[in-house]
Design a protein around this ligand. Structure first.
Ligand SMILES: *Cc1c(COP(=O)(O)O)cnc(C)c1O
Length: 427
């Protein structure tokens, strides 16, 4: 048998092929990308765009970063996968590197964000039975409404997005939903029996970049500690410099390279990372915790064939290095302030956009229209025509999250594109 692999020479050709042969589990903007470098991507026809999604914040270090690529190529030529049946000579150094970087005793490496969240859930439950003394099968984890933690059967069980959830039941029990950014509701839920943990995003990205009150995470951490339950922070989207601090939980702290407690005053018991851990080059995710939690996992109790593979480990070390070497965390903070300041000037006189919100370079605007209107989508299509790629999230919200390697001049150009495009839609 011989199957011809078609060469794509026009965008419509690629779109038609995906439509015919691929599952329709996404609804992409009609643009077919063929190349990326830094803050830019190019489509099949050679048109150049600014990327304002960064693969949902996986490409914080910019597309095809040379340092990360050379780590990939070098390791790919040496050893790619051993499985964890044997040791390899990159995993240990990676584990030492990432635990020092974020200041935890231990790491459990996986591949995707959803897997890391699953890992955190399993870790929390096992800790609850073996350390906290909760009766077997009774442990409950508190989660926030509007959460996005991935797509596995267990994770969608506690989503309240009907698309994510409907007709995927029966659902995994053991989760208690509370409103996001509501400390009273959290405190109340923590008074229930058998609570093992609180799983939360420090900023809800997919929900539309909902930034909670300044004291929310610190107070949540205090309440969890008081109740003797674990705080599980999902920083898959917000982590690794994106919000102007290394992690969103250490907000306001400009030190780089550690999950430092000095400003934030707390540290999550379990830290969940993915996406930008590898700069978007290779799927790498990680769960970090201290020994008293991580040591409940024994051989044979959890794992993944690809988790901790030498290729991913090498890539992740390089990707995390880039964040420090290029001071991307501080850059995200500074550029984010400029972005919100300039967009706010426009918002003040706009009937179309009601607000801009976010932290660092994770921002969103809210369009003044109904949830089910196509305005946000239409704006994104127009932005694409004008050379900038962004995507609506949850109806009438548009997220803006460029790679952190952007220069101030480039950001100013992008702000001009965004504002002039929005003006086309003012009534
Ligand atoms: C993207 C995301 C995930 C899931 O990551 P995948 O790699 O897509 O499985 C989990 N949590 C948050 C907050 C995310 O943004």
């Amino acid at each position: 048998m011989s199957i011809t692999v078609e060469k794509i020479s026009a965008s419509e050709q690629a779109i038609a092929m995906e439509d015919k042969y691929g599952a329709h589990n996404y609804h992409p903007l009609p643009v077919v990308l063929a190349k990326g470098e830094g803050v830019h991507v190019w489509d099949v026809e050679g048109k150049k765009y600014y990327d304002f999604l960064s693969a949902y914040s996986a490409v914080n270090q910019g597309h095809c970063h040379p340092k990360i690529l050379s780590a990939l190529v070098e390791q790919a030529n040496t050893l790619t996968l051993t499985s964890r049946a044997f040791y390899n000579d990159v995993l240990g150094p990676f584990e030492k590197y990432i635990t020092h970087y974020f200041d935890y005793d231990k790491v459990l490496p996986m591949n995707t964000g959803a897997e890391a969240v699953e890992t955190a859930i399993k870790l929390c439950r096992k800790w609850a039975y073996e350390k906290k003394g909760i009766q077997e099968d009774a442990a409950k984890i508190i989660v926030a409404n509007g959460n996005f933690h991935g797509r596995t059967t267990t994770i969608v069980s506690f989503s309240n997005d009907p698309d994510a959830r409907k007709n995927f039941g029966p659902y995994t029990p053991g989760f208690v939903n509370v409103p996001y950014n509501d400390l009273n509701a959290l405190a109340e839920a923590l008074r229930q029996d058998n609570i093992a943990g609180f799983l939360v995003e420090p900023i809800q990205g997919e929900a539309g970049v909902f930034v909670p009150d300044d004291n929310y995470m610190a107070e949540a951490a205090r309440l969890c500690k008081e109740a003797g339950v674990l705080l599980l922070a999902d920083e898959v989207q917000t982590g690794i410099g994106r919000t102007g601090s290394l992690l969103a939980v250490c907000k306001g702290c400009t030190c780089s390279g550690k999950t430092c407690e000095s400003k934030a005053g707390f540290k999550p018991d379990v830290l969940i990372l993915g996406k930008a851990v590898s700069g978007g080059v290779f799927p790498v995710s990680a769960v970090l915790a201290n020994d008293e939690v991580m040591n409940v996992i024994k051989p044979g109790q959890h794992g993944s064939t690809f988790g901790g593979n030498p290729l991913g480990c090498k890539v992740a070390i390089a990707a995390l290095d880039v964040i420090l070497e290029e001071d991307l965390t501080a850059k995200a903070g500074k550029l984010g302030e400029l972005f919100r300041k300039e967009i706010n000037k426009y918002v003040e006189e706009s009937d179309l956009v009601t607000l801009v919100r976010g932290r660092g370079l994770l921002n969103a605007i809210v369009i003044n229209d109904t949830e089910d209107s196509s305005t946000a989508w239409d704006i994104c299509v127009a932005l694409k025509e004008n050379g900038l790629l962004a995507k609506p999230t949850h109806g009438n919200i548009i997220r803006f999250a460029p790679p952190l390697v952007m220069t101030e001049a480039e950001l100013r150009e992008c702000i001009d594109i965004i504002i002039s495009t929005l003006k086309q839609f003012e009534k």
